[in-house]
Design a protein around this ligand. Structure first.
Ligand SMILES: Nc1ncnc2c1ncn2[C@@H]1O[C@H](COP(=O)(O)OP(=O)(O)OP(=O)(O)O)[C@@H](O)[C@H]1O
Length: 304
């Protein structure tokens, strides 16, 4: 936990009657950091967000935003929130929505309106929100969340329902915000999408923080295997499989695994196989592998 953290969560516990939704979680997010909160349905992500927003009171532990208590004036000014399904009055134009929220936040509308350009919907500024597509509404939601340059941006499944181009643009805006110093905490189920777009990952399961760190750190700590796919030369797959072991895939390749520190040796041995080998691909552990490892998801998909 750093002193400079905008969001500081220490040993936080949240209960709903007999259900412990968040169980002794500690987490911090520093200015300019993008942290992804991952977890299966019911893991406690929304509950944590609601607590940051000041809607729920902890049963134990401590949470501060810019050093202030959630729900206080200081905390409310520091944090912006974008829900998964953003809803605005359909009859208002995009510009009117932004003007309205700017006034609520005490920001001059003329300082907020350029955000429509930032999120790529300036052309639709004078159209009623009721005519917007889901992606445009979500972009307007992001513009709303960016009003006043928040110190902490909370994004709950922000890109669900967006097309690939909109997603890319969405993350480009987030990256620019983070570079300008905004701390970002986002929840997502789209692991491949966030993989190269966040700085740290926090994995929740059954309300507990199972792991936290960069993808490289978590992957290293987990000791996850590297997969090497060796494509056999014509008619040589049986011979290759007999020599390498591993798993046969696609009728023509053999997949073997090794630890990160065994990779160079393994490749040297494969090079000795000479003309039996047509091609080699190396797959490092990805976020999906890391998530499965730490969240306790079995091969069948059940959570342990
Ligand atoms: N108001 C509530 N009353 C009772 N139990 C609740 C309430 N809100 C959440 N819970 C329970 O707390 C646990 C965590 O729920 P939460 O909504 O935080 O999960 P989540 O990680 O956001 O899931 P999802 O990915 O489905 O949005 C679940 O067991 C849920 O049923």
């Amino acid at each position: 936990m750093t002193d400079a953290a905008i969001l500081s969560v220490e040993n936080l516990t949240i209960r709903f009657g007999a259900v412990t939704a968040v169980d002794g979680v500690s987490l911090s997010v520093a200015p300019g950091e993008r942290v992804a909160l991952l977890g299966h349905n019911g893991a406690g992500k929304s509950t944590l967000f609601k607590t940051v927003l000041g809607f729920l009171k902890p049963a134990g532990g401590h949470l501060t935003i810019a050093g202030a208590t959630p729900g206080s004036d200081v905390a409310r000014r520091a944090v912006s929130y974008l829900p998964e399904q953003v809803v605005f009055p359909k009859a208002l134009t995009g510009a009117e929505v932004l003007t309205h929220f700017a006034r609520l936040k005490g920001v001059a509308p003329k300082a907020a309106l350029p955000l429509l350009e930032t999120v790529g919907i300036a052309d639709a500024a004078k159209r009623a929100v009721g005519t917007y597509s889901k992606g445009m509404r979500q972009r307007l939601g992001l513009a709303q969340a960016l009003i006043g340059t928040p110190r902490l941006l909370l994004l709950d499944e922000p890109t669900s329902g967006l097309d690939p181009v909109s997603r890319r643009e969405f993350y480009a805006v987030l990256e620019a915000s983070a570079r300008a110093g905004t701390a970002v905490l986002l929840s997502s189920h789209s692991l491949s999408e966030i993989e190269n777009r966040i700085d740290r990952i926090a994995i929740l399961a059954k309300g507990r923080l199972r792991a936290e760190g960069s993808l490289a750190d978590l992957s290293r700590r987990a000791g996850l295997p590297i997969r090497i796919r060796v494509e056999a030369a014509e008619g040589r797959v049986e011979a290759l499989h007999a020599r390498l072991g591993g798993e046969r895939v696609n009728g023509r390749s053999v997949v073997v695994t090794c630890r990160a520190d065994e990779k160079v040796g393994a490749l040297a041995r494969l090079a000795e196989l000479g003309p039996d080998v047509a091609d080699i691909d190396i797959a490092l552990p990805d976020l999906d592998d890391v998530y499965r490892h730490y969240s306790g998801v079995t091969a069948q998909g059940a959570i342990q």
